[in-house]
Ligand binder design. Structure first.
Ligand code: NAD
Length: 258
């Protein structure tokens, strides 16, 4: 399908690679203008140039989503270049996996600064534009860690649980002004975050095979499979859908026991 997002302007955080880049690419393919945002300026500019070469209306803004002042500047710059946003994808995120009592104050703050404050900083900066449009969408990329717990993965799931709380709260606050707020919770998706987890194992190939086997569909997911859901949520096909969390994990979270 093409042009399901024609006349929409989206801001995608964490868009230099992985799920964020797949979302930016899918949005461009559906006719949207896209501001790619990332803390990694080099990769962000490369990714944006590659999309621009395909004729897409895109721009790159380097920003740390944890820094609210930088986020306000980022939204102003994106608006100047592409027009006021009517879709925000809060995708930027980091993994902080620790044993609870080994978690330092810095670990805790860094995890919450990016994974939760980042979502709020961007939402707060974009919401006035959505309210002026009288319509809009916020899509938060949470995780299966927002509802499941894997030991020694602390405090990431705490922040991701809170992302669902923020999604539901903002959805209800703004529902009567036609602003929809939804979350997508990916399971294992083949991106650098997951490759780093595999690489840190004693036997990465064994861990990869075991991880594939954990899934009813016998494989992990692809970034494009998350992007397809984001396109749907931002499209006019989803106008009655708000305050929800769509879990995309190949059926894994439904299994109680092997
Ligand atoms: P990734 O590490 O491949 O990409 C994340 C991007 O975010 C990078 O380009 C990085 O530079 C950027 N980023 C990190 N901190 C930032 C900051 N402070 N400000 C701006 N940009 C920042 O990760 P991914 O696998 O594509 O994950 C994307 C999102 O999906 C994250 O929120 C992650 O928690 C979530 N998620 C991923 C998986 C998975 O299996 N890959 C599963 C569940 C949830």
């Amino acid at each position: 399908m093409v042009n399901r997002l024609k006349n929409k302007t989206a801001i995608v955080s964490g868009a230099a690679q992985g799920i964020g880049l797949a979302i930016a690419t899918a949005f461009v393919d559906e006719g949207a203008r896209v501001a790619l945002v990332d803390i990694d300026g080099r990769r962000g500019r490369e990714a944006t140039s590659a999309l621009a070469l395909r004729g897409a209306e895109v721009c790159f803004v380097e920003a740390d989503v944890a820094d609210s002042t930088a986020v306000d500047t980022m939204v102003a710059q994106a608006t100047e270049r592409l027009g006021a946003p009517n879709v925000l994808i809060n995708n930027a995120g980091i993994v902080v996996f620790r044993d609870p009592l080994d978690t330092t104050a810095e670990d805790w703050r860094h995890c919450f600064a990016v994974d939760l404050d980042g979502v709020w900083n961007c939402s707060r900066a974009v919401l006035p534009h959505l309210l002026r449009h009288g319509r809009g969408d916020i899509i938060n990329i949470a995780s299966v860690h927002a509802s499941q717990i894997i030991p020694k993965c602390f405090p990431y799931p705490v922040a991701k649980h809170a992302v669902i709380g923020l999604t539901r709260a903002l959805a209800i606050e703004y529902a009567d002004r036609d602003i929809r707020v939804n979350a997508i919770s990916p399971g294992y998706i083949g991106t650098e975050i997951v490759e780093r987890i595999f690489a840190s194992a004693l036997d990465p190939d064994k861990l990869r095979a075991e991880t594939n086997a954990l899934h009813p569909v016998k494989r992990i997911g692809r970034p494009e499979e998350i992007a397809a859901a984001a396109v749907f949520l931002a499209s006019d096909e989803a106008r009655f859908l708000t305050a929800q969390n769509i879990v995309i994990d190949g059926g894994r979270s439904v299994v109680f026991h092997q």
